[in-house]
Design a protein around this ligand. Sequence first.
Ligand code: I6G
Length: 677
Amino acid sequence: MPSAEIEREVESLRVSLENWNYQYYVLDQPTVPDADYDRALRRLQELEAQHPELLRPDSPTQRVGAQALSEFTQVAHEMPMLSLDNAFDAQELRDFDRRVRERLGRGNDEIEYACEPKLDGIAVSLLYRDGILQRGATRGDGFSGEDITHNVRTIPSIPLRLNGRGIPGVLEVRGEIYMPRQGFEQLNERARAAGEKTFVNPRNAAAGSLRQLDARLTAQRPLQMCCYSVGLVEDGDLPDTHAQVLDSLLRWGLRTNPESRVVRGIASCEAYYESLAQKRDGLPYDIDGIVYKVNDLEAQQRLGFVSRAPRWAIARKFPAQEEMTRLLDVEFQVGRTGAITPVARLEPVFVGGVTVSNATLHNSDEVQRLGVRIGDTVIVRRAGDVIPQVVSVVPDRRPEDAKAVQFPGRCPVCDSPVEREPGEAVMRCMGGLVCAAQQKAAIKHFVSRRAMDIDGLGDKLVEQLVDEGLVLNVAGLYRVSREQLLQLERMGEKSADKLLASLENSKNTTLARFLFALGIREVGEATALSLARHFGSWEALAAATEEQLLQVDDVGPVVADHLRQFFDSVSSQEVVAQLRESGLHWPDLEPPQADQLPLAGETWVVTGKLEAMERNEAKAILQELGAKVAGSVSARTSCVVAGPGAGSKLGKATELGVEVIDEAAFIARLETMGVTL
Ligand code: I6G
């Protein structure tokens, strides 16, 4: 028999773990370091192993079962899971509102609606008895679905037991299980690198993850649950409005959508739609529309149902994120580092709110996996900020004359051999700076605003300079004469003089900019800045051993290897020497003491669109001032810089009481620290 003290410790560990889980996965507000969580979990596992009589199925240690199922069983829903009617335009939404007002006898009154994004996931039902999770089931045909209890138990945002007051004895909660975009991209990236099958979209990835007979596999997938309503309720009462029900669910431990709002009248419903349409690309998950529900539950009862859909709710759809179109051709683009990317030329199609005529096919493995041929009808996906992609082929529509995609054996630009490095999915042109495509891409990068910032040297002019043989590499830029410039088509005296002045101006630079401008593989702006700050001078950096390079923030073995290859290459050394002979210079820096920088110890987040600078530029400046720049907001964030279109990060910061400033305030703050733009 365990002592009362042990029993108390076990219960206290469970309460703490559940609470931390709730803070982290439901409220997105981590409150303890991972190490504390892990320590508590291990202690609980230890105590449960020593005292098996204390083990309970709702213990936080019992999320993942060891045994795989042999098949899924069907379960009948106590109350059918209905579907929603759709509105495809503003008029259809207005018609819905008119029907609601007429049926409720409310004439021109404004109805109160609960609005929330419609997540593109898998609808599920969770059944809690006395607050303990009993069963998870898919929607299926609405009357019966598959029992996926063992899988839903592995999803950290689904509590195994509910907490709080007023929980009905029987509570069936409904919602959507989905995979956030970032997790989906990472999952696919890993699959692509391993030559495995990728998922077409986050929804399929979520469905595939839930259909695993072995819950240990589901547990490895980044799934989330967002609850949107209740079904069966017994032995307890619910509040009077839909929004209050959502509040109760959140209090009891279930995740609801923080974007939900209550609005009055149809004009406000439309404004909500517009504001979410603006935010859509920046949300961390896919949504396919907005759901509007009459907020008053008694009014919902009076409205009732028609066939299988409620009369009190409707989904207003967004433009689809996937569309069908035809693959007209595949072209091969050669990038700055020689990487050859197959690019699909498509019959233009409106998808995800824009017209798309090109999409990436990533690499030859992906082309093979898709089995795509020129002439095929394909599905194109454009969601969020990710570049459009061909995600699948419609085999039934393949024309007889569809052509296989031929990968070039030699570079399509310079005819050098193409190679695939072991362990890499990409093919590369081995021409280096002999390849005009690589020359052009390297020069365009060198002159770009965040690199050497050479005004008056746009992409077209770079192409002309290379095509005319006037410039072969970045060092050649500083040797072009006025006469040579004037020989170029459409080049006037004024433009030539302006360009020469910009080139002259650019010679006075910083080590970080210069390093970034050289376009060394994997050395982005932030890494260049860390390297410059760490070594202080070109000589110290170029002489650094791999071990010394690895001491720099941001630098791992791959980056260190690319850096050493660059410094050891005779042609790179020559280009740098020529640039310095032409007069490029920068002040050497005393490697600063990190803790003396004005933002040392602070963590900043930059979100939304900035006008005066790119987001990367803002990040680089913040790092230069000693701040850490994070991708997500937490209670530890010092400040959030939010531009227009800032999405969930802004909401989260507001929720957590983190300081939020706009771009103007950010620039003013930088000025106080001696940074002028
Ligand atoms: O499929 C759905 C997605 C989102 C829904 C839904 C929802 O609310 C945000 N609400 C209901 C009532 C139904 N389906 C039937």
